[in-house]
Design a protein around this ligand. Structure first.
Ligand SMILES: *Cc1c(COP(=O)(O)O)cnc(C)c1O
Length: 473
């Protein structure tokens, strides 16, 4: 009969394991330091296991797992987690298109191609090829932005929060900015208009009430220290009922009368008129340009469907002032983003192409018949393992997300899975912790997979992953 001590003595050393073929193979792919960590952790785990087992005879059935092979198997699992990148792809089956936690927008193929091309080699980021001299990084997108929005000038920074910050700081430092109380928004927990305003050194002058603000409220608040009239699109909520907000056109009228610039923080910034596709509530940027707004700010990665960026368009006089603010350098856009943004904007030159090629728009405008086809495809695949769960396709709604279109529920068809002998919460966790994580939602004890946000080339991976999980149950 073996004693606990003999089990302990028998545990292989790291040096011994390093001679094993399997481990030598790992070293070809993985950093030596991580291989050593994995081996040490696996050995230590086994040693502790032996120590905490009361009787040596209880170890006998597990003896194999204490030998080199058993330890190598465990070390491989540990190595896999150690070498896994922290930021990695997931499947969005939650049906929220611009999902803030899941990276907001996914890029068009052309955007991805252009990012790769620019990332791989040198580029003319700040070089004018015609003249053979230094050029401007912003020149790559300014003309496109002007063409797509009708604005005189355009500029880009690294996100819309930065766009708002620099615009306020440039135009209203140490001066007053008039904003409606109903528009003092908070976006995603950390962007709050009053706080950004404070950091920009502009002074907030609230007018009106939560539900109603009239033009005369702005008018009364104007004084010698007023620098700007600001309108903020209430992206992620809507005040309904007994409510009144002042339109951008009315504010522009007041601005003209009192010789004050007018800024509109649009948030999402749609470049096409979504009403054509039956989606109300998100104004196109060009409408605000036409209404005469002097500065308009919006995100690159919300409904626009490009990379994270802050876009600023408007009157040349103000855009030039913003470009020349020293803060611009601190919040400048990087070349990969610029590459993705230019290619995304290019798609918009032809609206049909934009809707076809930009995933955010494709998902938003997807006909229900196509969503249903994807749902049936997934459901059919899963029925092969239906002894583990009940599968059905049911009516549900998807959401735009990204703090846009808060009241729009997009009709969709989801795959509903009712697991057998397992709670929905436990099943949701297995999906989430899958090698390729699948993010779902639970409703009334069922897991819902919304195919609207599952890309065509992800369908098989979804089916196979769920089958794999079901088979291991
Ligand atoms: C989303 C949003 C912002 C912040 O934009 P980011 O791209 O997240 O920096 C600012 N203002 C409004 C109205 C928004 O909706």
């Amino acid at each position: 009969m073996k004693t606990k001590e003999s089990y302990l003595r028998q545990l292989p050393s790291v040096d011994e394991l390093l001679k094993e073929d399997t481990v030598l193979k790992w070293l070809e792919k993985s950093p030596r330091a991580l291989v050593l960590d994995a081996l040490r952790m696996a050995i230590e785990e086994k040693r502790r296991f032996v120590l905490k087992t009361h009787e040596a005879k209880d170890l006998q059935p597990l003896a194999l797992s204490l030998e080199s092979e058993g330890i190598i198997n465990r070390a491989e699992e540990i190595l896999n987690t150690l070498t896994q990148l922290s930021l990695r792809p997931v499947i969005n089956a939650a049906g929220v298109i611009v999902h803030t936690n899941l990276g907001r927008s996914i890029l068009s193929q052309n955007a991805v191609k252009n990012i790769e091309a620019v990332a791989k080699g040198y580029s003319n980021l700040e070089y004018d090829i015609e003249k053979g001299e230094r050029g401007k990084r912003y020149a790559h997108v300014e003309k496109l932005l002007c063409r797509l929005t009708g604005a005189e000038a355009g500029f880009v920074v690294n996100n819309n929060a930065a766009a708002v910050l620099i615009a306020l700081n440039t135009i209203a430092q140490n001066k007053e900015v008039i904003v409606s109380r109903g528009e003092l928004v908070e976006i995603g927990g950390s962007f709050r208009i009053p706080e950004v305003m404070e950091r920009s050194n502009a002074k907030l002058k609230e007018v009106g009430t939560t539900n109603k603000t009239h033009l005369k409220d702005y008018e009364k608040a104007v004084n010698d220290n007023t620098a700007l009239l600001l309108k903020v699109h209430t992206s992620n909520y809507k005040i309904v009922g007994f409510a009144k907000e002042v339109s951008i056109a009315e504010l522009v009228g007041l601005g003209k009368k009192r010789n004050l610039p007018v800024m509109f923080d649009l948030g999402s910034g749609c470049l096409i008129d979504l009403r054509k596709y039956g989606i109300e509530g998100e104004p196109a940027v060009s409408e605000s340009v036409n209404a005469g707004a002097d500065i308009i700010t919006f995100s690159g990665d919300k409904l626009l469907g490009g990379p994270q960026a802050g876009l600023i368009v408007g009157k040349k006089k103000y855009v030039d002032m913003i470009v020349n603010n020293p803060l611009a350098r601190a919040i400048r856009i990087d070349k990969l983003t610029l590459a993705g943004l230019e290619a995304t904007l290019m798609e918009y030159l032809d609206e049909d192409r934009a809707v076809k090629n930009i995933p955010t728009l494709t998902m938003l405008c997807q006909p229900i018949s196509e969503i249903e086809k994807k749902a049936e495809y997934i459901a059919d695949g899963l029925r092969a393992v239906s002894n583990r769960f009940e599968v059905s396709v049911i009516d549900e709604t998807s959401q735009s997300g990204g703090g846009a279109l808060p009241l729009t529920n997009l009709p969709t068809k989801v795959v509903a899975i009712l697991p057998k002998g397992l709670s929905a919460a436990a099943f949701e966790e297995l999906l989430r912790k899958n090698n390729l994580p699948i993010i779902t939602r639970i409703k009334e004890g069922r897991i819902l997979l919304d195919p609207r946000t599952i890309q065509r080339d992800e369908l098989d991976a979804v089916v196979n992953s769920i089958k794999g999980i079901a088979e291991r149950l």
